[in-house]
Write a protein that binds this ligand. Structure first.
Ligand code: ACK
Length: 304
């Protein structure tokens, strides 16, 4: 029927490696909501954490994908540049998946809100004049950001994890400018996802997709490398909107014809060369994340 599901409708096997007592968890403000899930801030033993849960009106599939996401996180293991699993509450109540909290939110908004130049031209719903940036982000910081994301992706690729939606909106910012890739454990049902529909911010996720993903729904680490190239472009523009003049229907033709985004004004040629390598039409010609990490190591050493 349409009755809301009672919260102990589901039973999960107890995993004592990860289970935390519910009584230790104090739930706080909602950080955000997705299509099927909600992320809430919480406190456990004086530490701030983020808790993922399903929303009211969820389906059995929503529960199943949250469980799968948690199991993927357990299997992948820890790395500094990913949002790590901390524990769960799975018994006698709603499923809570407890992960690291990122106090500065997503990278796109973080870069945009701390632009050292105009924040007027590109904002969707800017109200009033922007306040001065709270953080000073230098060009070297931008390269360090790109480096950290490459290291996180190299780790995920080594664990056979394909992200499928790598973008600045899915990278979170924590203390000391440590970046963490989020949502890598999300089961993405590519067949049923309508990539041509705008997301809640009015953005088209297709602009991060490799040509083979657009055309054949094919994803592997090399399609993640393509998306990494778009993410590099987002970083070097402090959170601009990729291909602002191209609509969804035109994008594939634009890429097939060999056209690519131009070098952003504040981007060094070394970084632009890397972007262009990530955007090779032929996936085999794109560098693996291991090589991207080495390339960035050298760039940073040269800046010492
Ligand atoms: O883009 P945001 O500001 O950052 O809005 C989304 C929202 O919750 C739904 O995913 C935010 N969010 C997700 N995971 C975390 C986390 N671990 N720490 C802080 N915020 C998070 C995300």
């Amino acid at each position: 029927g349409n009755e809301p599901a009672p919260f102990n409708e589901y039973e999960f096997p107890l995993d004592s490696n990860w289970e935390l007592p519910r009584s230790q968890l104090v739930l706080g403000a909602t950080l955000g909501e997705g299509a099927f899930g909600r992320v809430v801030m919480a406190e456990v033993n004086n530490a701030i954490v983020a808790v993922k849960m399903v929303k009211e009106g969820h389906t059995d599939d929503d529960i199943a994908s949250l469980v799968r996401e948690m199991e993927v996180m357990k299997i992948i293991g820890r790395h500094i540049n990913i949002i790590n699993l901390l524990g769960c509450c799975s018994q006698n109540g709603p499923l809570y998946v407890i992960v690291e909290f990122a106090p500065y939110g997503n990278l796109k908004d973080f870069l945009f809100n701390n632009r050292p130049f105009g924040r007027e031209q590109d904002r969707d719903n800017l109200q009033g004049p922007p306040s001065p940036p709270a953080h000073v982000i230098t060009e070297k910081d931008l390269i360090k950001f790109a480096h950290q994301i490459a290291r996180g992706m190299d780790y995920l690729a080594s664990r056979r994890c394909i992200h499928r939606d790598l973008a600045a909106r899915n990278v979170l910012v924590t203390d000391d400018y440590v970046l963490k890739i989020a949502d890598f454990g999300l089961a993405r049902d590519i067949q049923t996802t309508d990539y041509y529909r705008k997301n809640t911010n009015g953005r088209l996720p297709i602009k991060w997709m490799a040509p083979e993903s657009l055309q054949e729904k094919f994803y592997d680490s090399k399609s993640d490398v393509w998306s990494y190239g778009i993410l590099l472009w987002e970083i070097m523009t402090y959170g601009a909107q990729p291909y602002p003049t191209i609509n969804a229907e035109e994008l594939y033709g634009y890429l097939v014809s060999g056209q690519r985004m131009e070098k952003p004004a504040k981007c060094s040629m070394n970084i632009y060369i890397l972007m262009r390598q990530c955007w090779h039409f032929n996936a085999d010609d794109r560098p693996p994340f291991t090589e991207i990490v080495e390339y960035m190591d050298k760039l940073l050493q040269a800046k010492e």
